[in-house]
Design a protein around this ligand. Structure first.
Ligand SMILES: Cc1cc2nc3c(=O)[nH]c(=O)nc-3n(C[C@H](O)[C@H](O)[C@H](O)COP(=O)(O)OP(=O)(O)OC[C@H]3O[C@@H](n4cnc5c(N)ncnc54)[C@H](O)[C@@H]3O)c2cc1C
Length: 259
């Protein structure tokens, strides 16, 4: 079943936090917070999947928390269990024959600091440098969190599809690999099922050149459209030219026919 961010629907007076300036006393606010969140810190990938499976529908994965925690604070997501992936060693960038593996917990800062990515996939550090939000977001936000949030107006989904990245997902039965083009099922919706989380991203070695542009309303806004073009020399890939654009609001990352 595709995973959609479980946000609460339209504000319900009895269940959604409202500040006192809107006429609700602090006591009434506390009464509306009718759940308690427990932070879970699994020490192994299997334990993380077991927690997510056991508490399916009540659990959220914590990446950098730059999106999840504000949404929980606003009661747009209610999670009784937050499964914290820190401590699982998922923040490394490793070069293999044929691909680079990026741990899902690698931050934008990690992408910027990686000499492997600078050489093998320079589009990723280029993208990370352009993320709005400054050092706070770059130091905390993870590539995995951004992929799993699947915000159609963010930078990561289009870039992953354009680079032909494979997403390595971990569940109760172990790993499975999903092409980026299949991982993003729609706005804020991914291919993740109950018990699964994103463990790493595999970026194939493909020599070529990239073009990248995002349209923003102003310097400090999130992008509203992200467009990527990758051009590979003959023989580097079966599709000599790949292009991807993320469109809002009717969005899915698309790979048009080569031109
Ligand atoms: C001020 C500000 C400006 C920003 N500007 C931009 C911008 O210009 N471009 C852009 O692309 N993005 C931007 N972002 C978003 C940024 O990319 C976030 O860092 C990212 O979307 C979320 O990353 P995170 O690691 O903090 O995820 P979290 O907030 O921890 O999680 C986000 C969602 O993904 C889930 N999740 C996290 N990790 C995993 C995992 N490994 N497996 C399964 N599910 C997981 C969480 O449960 C949650 O639903 C901005 C954010 C802020 C706060």
């Amino acid at each position: 079943m595709p995973c959609t961010i479980r946000a609460r629907g339209p504000a319900a007076p009895s269940s959604r936090g409202t500040d006192s300036s809107a006429g609700v006393s602090p006591g009434a606010y506390a009464q509306q917070m009718d759940w308690v969140t427990i932070r879970r810190t699994p020490a192994a990938l299997a334990a993380a999947s077991e927690l997510l499976s056991e508490y399916a529908g009540e659990a959220a994965v914590l990446g950098g928390g730059t999106v999840l925690l504000p949404m929980m604070h606003r009661a747009e997501i209610t999670a009784r269990h937050v499964v914290d992936l820190r401590g699982l060693g998922l923040d490394t960038v490793t070069e293999h024959a044929g691909h680079v593996e990026i741990g899902a917990m690698a931050t934008y800062r990690d992408l910027l600091a990686s000499p492997v990515l600078a050489r093998r996939a320079p589009l990723l550090p280029r993208m990370a440098a352009g993320v709005t939000g400054g050092d706070q977001v770059r130091n905390l936000g993870t590539i995995g969190g951004s992929a799993c949030f699947a915000n159609p107006s963010s930078d990561v989904p289009a870039v992953l599809v354009a680079l032909g990245v494979t997403l390595r997902v971990h569940g109760t039965s172990g790993y499975r690999d999903v092409a980026a083009a299949d991982f993003f099922r729609g706005a804020f919706t991914t291919d993740l099922a109950d018990g699964e989380f994103l463990a790493s991203l595999l970026v194939p070695h493909r020599p070529g050149r990239n073009g990248y542009h995002k349209l923003k309303l102003c310097e400090g806004s999130w992008p509203i459209v992200t467009a990527v073009a990758t051009i590979h020399p003959p023989g580097a890939t079966s599709s000599p030219t790949r292009r991807t654009a993320a469109r809002w609001p009717e969005w899915s990352p698309a790979v048009p026919s080569p031109t």
